[in-house]
Design a protein around this ligand. Structure first.
Ligand SMILES: [Zn+2]
Length: 268
């Protein structure tokens, strides 16, 4: 090869236009956002022994003496109800409070473990290690730094208290009547020991199943500073992989949890 041709080839390879990398804004503009949050209202579901639910009082709503519209409300609600976050401190002393969770832990790629077929046949279903292993056999190992979402299928019943909780009773005695699926503590232990997930969420009222008395899955996950998202909506609209999730709770200083706005993004 002639020396000049050789240099020309080298030069042309250097000035090849680089493949343009889209900015995050360009990338996000091209996909679809899915709201994974239930609206807060009078029908928002709270634990049976909570004394109050979500309250919205009107401070003013109408036409002012100046002739323009003005509306302003005040709300009051327990931290844990509706679509919400469990901050690690909820069951683990000294772990992150709501305001201390790093933002990196509240966003990222999501994997969706769909156990609805089995869970819908058994209100006390425990999402177990085999469910994770079956998922991995199909989709590959759950990679580090993902958000795990469990889909039990019970989201379709929200906000029907009887169908969603398994009881429509309220008060302390109703807690023993709760029947809905959750995560097996053995699977929670396997997850924290073998996979480095950012956070975990599901479409039931609690990461521990309704019949749990010791809330062991809560204690295992939150003890490792893994935030938990409960009453996640529209989990049926998410694919097993390829979804980006952003889950931002109300930033309550010192809070053990709080109302959560969680959304998923799917590329086209
Ligand atoms: Zn909670």
């Amino acid at each position: 090869m002639k020396k000049s041709l050789f240099f020309l080839l080298i030069l042309s390879s250097c000035i090849q236009p680089r493949k343009e990398v889209p900015t995050p804004a360009q990338l996000l503009a091209s996909g679809t956002w899915i709201d994974l949050t239930y609206a807060f209202s009078d029908s928002t579901l709270y634990w049976p022994n909570n004394k109050i639910g979500f309250h919205l009082d009107t401070l003013f709503n109408g036409t002012t003496p100046g002739g323009f519209h003005y509306s302003s409300f005040q709300f009051c609600a327990p931290e844990h109800g509706g679509t919400h976050l469990d901050a690690p401190v909820h069951f683990a002393e000294g772990r992150w409070t709501c305001d201390r969770i790093p933002l990196e832990r509240l966003q990222g790629e999501a994997v969706v473990i769909d156990v609805s077929e089995k869970a819908l046949k058994d209100r006390d279903y425990l999402v177990n290690r085999e469910d994770f292993e079956n998922w991995e056999a199909k989709h590959g190992k759950i990679s580090d730094s993902v958000i795990v979402l469990l889909r039990t299928g019970y989201g379709q019943f929200y906000p029907d208290r009887l169908k969603y909780f398994g009881t429509d009773q309220k008060g302390e005695q109703a807690v023993a009547e709760l029947h809905f699926p959750g995560l097996d503590p053995d699977a929670a232990a396997w997850l924290v020991q073998n996979r480095k997930i950012k956070a975990i969420g599901l479409d039931t009222p609690s990461i521990d199943y309704g019949q749990s008395k010791d809330f062991k899955s809560h204690r295992i996950l939150l003890g490792e500073n893994i935030p938990v998202f409960e009453n996640v909506a529209n989990a049926d609209r998410l694919p097993a992989t390829g979804c980006y999730v952003l889950a931002l709770p109300m930033k309550i200083e010192g809070g053990s949890g709080g109302p959560l706005r969680i959304v998923g993004w799917l590329g086209k």
